[in-house]
Design a protein around this ligand. Structure first.
Ligand SMILES: [Zn+2]
Length: 304
């Protein structure tokens, strides 16, 4: 079975997302697969040229419903260590590993993070996977990547540690700036409506308020029904919400329709939630993404 799969994958070819290394051609380096752009960025920063890194998701991709390509599966199969975001985000990886094998090489980067329920959780056991959207959690993510690489390649622990420390310092600087920006927003303007309920950790950490999200669940393929939309329109009006935030990885069509209905406006500068920004966006790093989002929120809510 395994041999047949490898053969099929070799024939299928193709390229994996923002892969920085060809699977199999690691030059003796530790072969690392990261699932999301956030985990990939932490791994790139901490592992540097000591690892051969493949990141499965690309900037702009919505993270909940990724479809594993044959090339991605080949990278996963050859990886020494697989870094996943965790918190229930990558059911698609778990499904693939049933076929490919290698669950024992997976490391969960959400370990030690205080996970919380989504704002509109249907059940008590539901977990919001977007924990990277607060600086303290992003710091823990970087440290978890460092620890996973340490275990996989103990001889390089010193370099991993100093790279991680540098990244954490940049994240702390972003944190201070985000707190300064949020403090400028009047309390009555701190209600947020987004496309999907991704910002819970950010809102809690930085003193903002969840008013509503357009897609009722984390899965943006499940569109809201007319009753849910009418309720959201009502909530937006009652809360005097003036801005609806779009996200880089989610279609803004419904946001525009709701804005028209309520007189709120859609903020076109996207928030980066499920994905980091593309190179050159300023949001292609964890500290850059969080600061970018804080600036977009600040500028939209601060008012005249
Ligand atoms: Zn999401």
């Amino acid at each position: 079975m395994r041999r047949h799969l490898i053969l099929a994958l070799a024939i299928a070819g193709g390229t994996v997302g923002c892969a920085t290394a060809t699977p199999g051609a690691s030059g003796g380096l530790l072969r690392v697969v990261a699932t999301t752009t956030q985990v990939g960025e932490a791994a790139r920063a901490v592992g540097g040229d000591l690892i051969a890194l493949t990141v499965l998701l690309t900037p702009g991709a919505e993270a909940h419903d990724y479809e594993m390509t044959p090339t991605a599966a080949a990278a996963v199969e050859r990886a020494d260590v697989i870094l996943k975001s965790g918190a229930g985000l990558e059911s698609w990886l778990d499904d693939a590993l049933v076929t490919i094998g290698g669950a024992d090489r997976v490391r969960d980067m959400s370990v030690g993070i205080g996970l919380q329920a989504p704002a509109d959780a249907a059940t008590a056991s539901e977990v919001d996977p977007h924990y990277w959207l607060s600086v303290p959690n992003a710091i823990r993510l970087v440290e978890n990547v460092r620890d996973a690489l340490n275990v996989a390649s103990p001889a390089d622990a010193g370099q991993f540690a100093s790279a991680a420390a540098g990244y954490v310092a940049r994240l702390r600087a972003s944190d201070a700036e985000i707190r300064r920006l949020m403090a400028e927003i009047p309390v009555e303007r701190r209600g947020i409506v987004t496309n999907h309920d991704a910002l819970g950790y950010f809102l809690d950490e930085y003193g903002l308020r969840f008013v509503g999200s357009i897609f009722p669940s984390l899965d943006v393929s499940a569109e809201p029904n007319p009753g849910q939309l009418a309720e959201l329109v009502d909530t937006i009006r009652r809360n005097g919400v003036t801005a609806i935030f779009s996200e880089s990885a989610v279609n803004p069509r419904l946001a525009q329709a709701i804005a028209q209905e309520t007189g709120a406006r859609v903020v076109h500068e996207p928030l980066y939630t499920d994905s980091l920004g593309p190179p050159g966006s300023g949001a292609e790093t964890l500290d850059g993404m969080l600061l970018h989002d804080a600036r977009v929120i600040h500028d939209a809510l601060i008012g005249p």
